[in-house]
Design a protein around this ligand. Structure first.
Ligand code: F6P
Length: 405
């Protein structure tokens, strides 16, 4: 690979917090090394169509100063386009011509598993590129920018929803993005002190959810001097039923990467809880003794399904993601300058930029079930019968090896 004189920066996949920090970090490191850096707009769609562009935005020191690292979303724009899926047989040739036209020697590409798989493809076609890991889903092997911001937002939404839940004595179900991994629901739910957290890693037994709900919800209201209480369930969109089958509305269709759009898990949980409430004589008696029962109008507690949707990944970036994002962007430039390609930044430790092969970095990572067990021992319901007693082994360590979620 030749010398890096000009680098292009691409952000791709679903947007989230920290992307502008990646762009800023990459630009600052490039400028420091006398490398020009330009924005290739709208993800891989822009890369494919680069040949048609008349000019690109150059990130001069003045332009970089206008990039607000704290804002989520990306100044570079996004698309969900998989190069492999483009029918044009000359697509790689066309991309190379676009890169030659603008004399771009290498690419910093920020994205998740799909973006990474395209990157592996590009690298194998001789295009120099390094991935700055990004996905709010947190399902890559290394930490990915966007996860912390999303988790903080989920926590805040769930905490806020408790005021309305408590006022109406409602059960609140919050369905959150995260695809087939439960990291965002898990950590977002824990951050909000949710009563029940349902993740794809644990096929849900609705009888167990219902029993836990009844005990906690009824206990709360009975103990309250004003007879007020709520019960909060955070549900990952990729939830599976007791038989391990995904619970999604099949009519939602596909995105441009070709993935199922996930929706319906929260609705399913509401329907399952409501069905059980209607058949429960003990619950009816509870409604009567707490003075809530009104014949035909209010015989069972109300339950609401809330889907914050894209709100979990927009707005402000967390302080952690601003710093990690700048680090990842800057580190990607260092790796490119070293002649590396097809690799993903893991982190910066002192004077070391740590990286791994992108094909290894995009292997999906799920919630660790031993951590689930730990929180079960603290009383959180995960929709399965919890092990009776969590046994912990105490181990002294001398080095911190792994810090991510
Ligand atoms: O992969 C990130 C993500 O936010 C998922 O958690 C979610 O399923 C999906 O993107 C939503 O995609 P879109 O922005 O295309 O609606």
């Amino acid at each position: 690979m030749g010398e890096m004189k000009r680098i292009g920066v691409i952000t791709s996949g679903g947007d989230c917090g920290g992307l502008n920090a990646v762009i800023k970090g990459a630009a600052q490191m490039a400028l420091r090394n006398g490398i020009e850096i330009v924005i290739i707009p709208n993800g891989y769609a822009g890369l494919y169509n680069l040949i048609q562009f008349k000019e690109l935005v150059t990130l001069t020191p003045q332009r970089v100063d206008f990039i607000d690292s704290n804002l989520a979303g990306s100044e570079a724009g996004h698309s969900r386009v998989k190069i492999k899926k483009i029918k044009d047989e000359q697509k790689y040739q066309r991309i190379k011509q676009g890169l030659e036209k603008f004399q771009i020697d290498g690419l910093v590409i920020s994205g998740g598993d799909d973006t990474g798989s395209v990157m592996v493809d590009l690298a194998s076609h001789g295009i120099a590129c390094v991935q700055a890991p990004k996905t709010m889903d947190l399902d890559l092997q290394p930490y990915s920018v966007g996860g912390d911001s999303t988790i903080n937002r989920i926590s805040q939404f769930v905490v806020d929803l408790k005021t309305t839940g408590k006022t109406h004595n409602r059960i609140i179900v919050v369905e959150v993005f995260g695809r087939y991994a439960g990291h965002t629901a898990f950590r977002g739910g824990l951050g909000a002190d949710a009563d029940c957290i349902l993740i794809p890693e644990v096929p849900v037994d609705m009888d167990i959810v219902y029993e836990h709900m009844k005990k906690v919800y009824m206990g709360r209201i009975e103990k309250s001097d004003v007879k007020s209480g709520t019960y909060t369930i955070v549900v990952a969109e990729g939830l599976k039923d007791i038989n391990g089958k995904g619970i999604y509305d099949e009519s939602a269709g596909l995105d441009t990467f070709g993935h199922k759009k996930l929706a319906g898990a929260g609705k399913y949980v509401c329907q399952q809880v409501e069905k059980r409430m209607k058949q429960d004589a003990e619950l009816r008696q509870f409604m009567e003794t707490t003075g809530m029962f009104v014949q035909d109008l209010y015989e069972i507690p109300e339950i609401r399904d809330v889907r914050p949707g894209h709100l979990v990944r927009c707005g402000q970036t967390s302080a952690f993601d601003v710093s990690f994002g700048r680090e990842a962007g800057a580190a990607a430039v260092i790796l490119l300058k070293q002649g590396l390609s097809g690799v993903t930044v893991v982190d910066v430790k002192g004077h070391q930029v740590r990286y791994m092969k992108t094909q290894d970095a995009i292997v999906p990572r799920y919630v660790d079930l031993s951590v689930v067990e730990f929180y079960e021992s603290l009383g959180v319901c995960f929709g399965r019968s919890s092990k009776q007693d969590f046994k912990a082994e105490c181990v002294e360590i001398t080095e911190i090896v792994d810090r991510h979620y």
